[in-house]
Design a protein around this ligand. Structure first.
Ligand code: EPZ
Length: 422
């Protein structure tokens, strides 16, 4: 197994280009299952998670070819409609094939994802929503079994806006008979990317970017050529890494409008953030590099993203004074805290609340730490870059799920970072 070694304390400088968004690529790849034909997806990041979904599509009978940053996906022949436990257990987003397979084949069997490092993460919104669309949906031997000759439209209300729940029901409803209305739907930019792709395939969806999505079912869809949006979480992670090291730089190829709450919080902490068309530039307004404590409460878009909570906490340990975090989305998303403490951070946790006593920009020391999930791991990378001395991060396969060319990108910003065998 590989580990990541960081010799910290070097201010990151320069420019880093952001890749396509993992959490947009996955639903768009699943959407290719909705109709037979040859689809093209551009700007698809080459990550462990996208490779897992390629394996799942191929297992279903699709032919997938990567050409540069594009995926050519031919879904003309589907041999069966089953997503096995072997594939779903390695990536719970595999459940995204449920809606499209049911809509196209009238029958599907998808392994129920188990629990996960950050919380219980049930999929009841997905299954209840499909039932409201007319499917017979049962859980048998660890699998979701769903069947419907043809789905019909319905009005579905989400108790909590769910990103993949909204995406699964959107995809299923495109081919349903009649009108579907999704209320309190997720407004994340990745959902917007999926709506754009589905409309390019011939679907009739309105309300993009709002929490009410209206889908007028159509009889058939056709393949599309679509571009994956930039990864806002990757962009935010690099902004936070540059800030934590006292550096300055430009994060290019991103969409500043997708990161409204992070930009405001960084400005509040004392950083200068300049927004350009597809670039966020970060620098320090004066000679002094000190940061104010910040309070963060995670929330569905446009609120502060849970996927950037752990990374901001690494920065909080370097602020002057106290910061707080209220994690409202997942019940167990503080796994990074114990590892940050090993690097000298002072953090108290009470349920979904954390209080971070910042110790200034020189407050962290390198240490051996362990990655526990994707975003927790990236918070350890930020802490390692900011710390004095050497940090060894084990179990970096978590990082490889979501950060394309991490070592190369950080090296390009001047970091001393490399992989080693454990
Ligand atoms: C998506 O997960 C992302 N994954 C997650 O990214 C992200 O953390 C999360 O949205 C929140 O933004 C992908 O897009 C592939 P949810 P998802 O359904 O869709 C509850 C990363 O690091 N809920 O929006 O699974 C749930 O427990 C990851 O890239 C139900 O109760 O999350 C949570 O409290 C990790 N029942 C809330 O809704 C359901 O059926 C929102 O979760 C579904 C969700």
């Amino acid at each position: 197994m590989e580990k990541l070694v960081i010799e910290g304390g070097i201010p990151l400088q320069g420019e880093v280009k952001i890749s396509g968004a993992k959490n947009a690529a996955l639903p768009l790849m699943a959407a290719t299952l909705l109709c037979a034909g040859k689809h093209i997806l551009r700007n698809v990041p080459d990550l462990r998670d996208t490779r897992t979904l390629i394996r799942l599509l191929e297992n279903l009978g699709a032919v997938v070819e990567r050409k540069g940053d594009s995926l050519h996906i031919d879904t003309t022949v589907l041999e069966h409609g089953e997503a096995s436990y072997q594939l779903v257990k390695t990536m719970r987003a595999s459940v995204l094939v449920l809606g499209p397979l049911l809509a196209r084949l009238g029958k599907t069997r998808v392994s129920l994802p188990g629990g996960c490092a950050i919380g219980e993460r049930p999929v009841n919104f997905h299954t209840d929503g499909l039932r409201q669309l007319g499917a017979v949906c049962t859980i048998k031997e660890g699998y979701i079994e769903a069947e419907a000759e043809r789905l019909h439209g319905a009005t579905i209300y989400f108790d909590i806006p769910s990103v993949t729940g909204t995406e699964n029901l959107l995809m299923a409803a495109t081919l349903a008979k009649g009108m579907t209305v999704l209320k309190n739907a997720a407004r994340e930019p990745e959902v917007g990317n999926l709506v754009d792709m589905l409309n390019a395939m011939g679907a009739k969806i309105s309300g993009c970017g709002t929490d009410v999505l209206t889908i007028e079912g159509v009889a058939a869809l056709h393949p599309a050529d679509c571009r994956i949006i930039a990864d806002r979480i990757e962009a935010g992670t690099y902004l936070l890494a540059i800030a934590a090291t006292g550096g300055s730089g430009r994060v290019t190829g991103c969409c500043p409008a997708d990161l409204p709450s992070l930009v405001e919080k960084l400005r509040y902490a004392g950083l200068k953030i300049t927004e350009e068309a597809d670039t966020l530039a970060i620098s320090w307004p004066g000679q002094q590099q000190t940061l104010l404590g910040v309070d963060i409460k995670t929330a569905p878009f446009p609120g502060y993203p849970t996927d950037l909570q752990a990374q901001f906490m690494a920065l909080m340990t370097l602020c002057d004074g106290q910061s707080t975090v209220h994690e409202t989305i997942f019940e167990n998303r503080f796994m990074h805290v114990a590892e940050l403490r090993r690097m000298g951070a002072k953090i108290k946790v009470d349920g979904r609340f954390a209080v971070v006593s910042g110790q200034g920009m020189t407050g962290l020391r390198g240490a051996p730490v362990m990655a526990t999930d994707l975003r927790a791991s990236s918070s350890l990378v930020i802490a390692g870059l900011a710390a004095t001395g050497r940090t060894d991060i084990s179990r970096i396969y978590h990082l490889e799920r979501g950060y394309e060319n991490l070592v190369e990108k950080l090296t390009g910003l001047g970091a001393r970072v490399w992989k080693e065998q454990e």
